[in-house]
Ligand binder design. Structure first.
Ligand code: PTJ
Length: 248
């Protein structure tokens, strides 16, 4: 049961934090994942804890990229498994994507827990657990270099929510198209990805599922410039701040 009063002005954000802490208690989230979440919260605060116009733009572009992919894969880490397992499965079903568990702080027990929760939400196969089908991504030292030959290794488009910069760079060098959710518009991942959705994944993922359902009927190419969109996002943060601190 949630301890957050519904009337609290930041109830939603605190409920998300609660979900992550529960995910840690249930063996899904790494200790470092709690810190990563705190970092995200700070940026979410600056964004006004709402989906910005630039995030909506990025969501539209991401939907089109996922729908026109030959073999899309959604990469799942501990934080995502704790925050939105049901939505990850819904999104994978909508765009016909594979799901692969890929952890930075690798740990077999945590991997098993993540697979279990995804399966509970209806996915039949979760890649990333079979050593016999593992391959290595070149140019990467972390545990994230180990991927599945039928998943990330062969994918053309990969959704990597809350990702570390090194893997994003390595995936780009391996000619993958990369979409990410990252609340920090200045992170290396945000700056390196093809499409960065600067929003809380918990808010934005439903928007992405909806947009994929809408766009499914009319896939078309639409120009999207990630760098330009990230600059628009930083301007939105500045506007937010000057609204709150008008004399600064
Ligand atoms: O489960 P593992 O072992 O794979 O580890 C996962 C973490 C998240 C710990 C690992 O990938 C990591 O250390 O990530 P980073 O490098 O800290 O990057 C996380 C990024 O996600 C940061 O830029 C945060 O601002 C951002 N972030 C945190 N929470 C959210 C978020 N972005 C969107 N929605 C969030 N809820």
């Amino acid at each position: 049961m949630s301890l957050i009063p519904k009337s609290h002005p930041r109830a939603k954000s605190l409920q998300i934090r609660e979900r992550l802490v529960q995910g840690f208690d249930h063996g899904l989230v790494a200790k470092e994942g709690l810190m990563a979440h705190g970092r995200g919260e700070a940026f979410d605060y600056l964004l006004g804890e709402k989906t910005s116009k630039s995030a909506k733009n990025a969501i539209k572009a991401a939907a089109l990229m996922l729908l026109s992919a030959r073999s899309p894969v959604i990469s799942v880490n501990g934080n995502i498994a704790a925050l939105c397992p049901k939505e990850i499965v819904q999104l994978a079903n909508t765009v016909n994507a594979k799901i692969e568990v890929n952890l930075f702080y690798t740990n077999q027990k945590r991997k098993n827990n993540i697979v279990k929760i995804l399966k509970k939400h209806g996915v039949r196969q979760v890649l990333g657990t079979n050593r016999n089908s593992s391959r290595r991504i070149s140019g990467l030292d972390s545990a994230r270099r180990v991927v599945d030959k039928d998943g990330i290794f062969q994918a053309d488009v990969i959704l990597i929510p809350l990702e570390d910069g090194d893997r994003t760079l390595a995936l780009k060098k391996n000619r993958k198209k990369v979409i990410t959710f990252d609340l920090n518009p200045l992170s290396r991942t945000a700056q390196t990805a093809d499409i960065t959705i600067v929003d809380n994944v918990v808010r934005a993922i439903n928007g992405l599922i909806l947009e994929c359902k809408k766009s499914k009927k009319k896939i078309r190419k639409a120009p999207f410039n990630n760098k330009k969109n990230l600059s628009a996002c930083v301007l939105e943060i500045k506007k937010n701040l000057s609204r709150r601190l008008p004399n600064a």
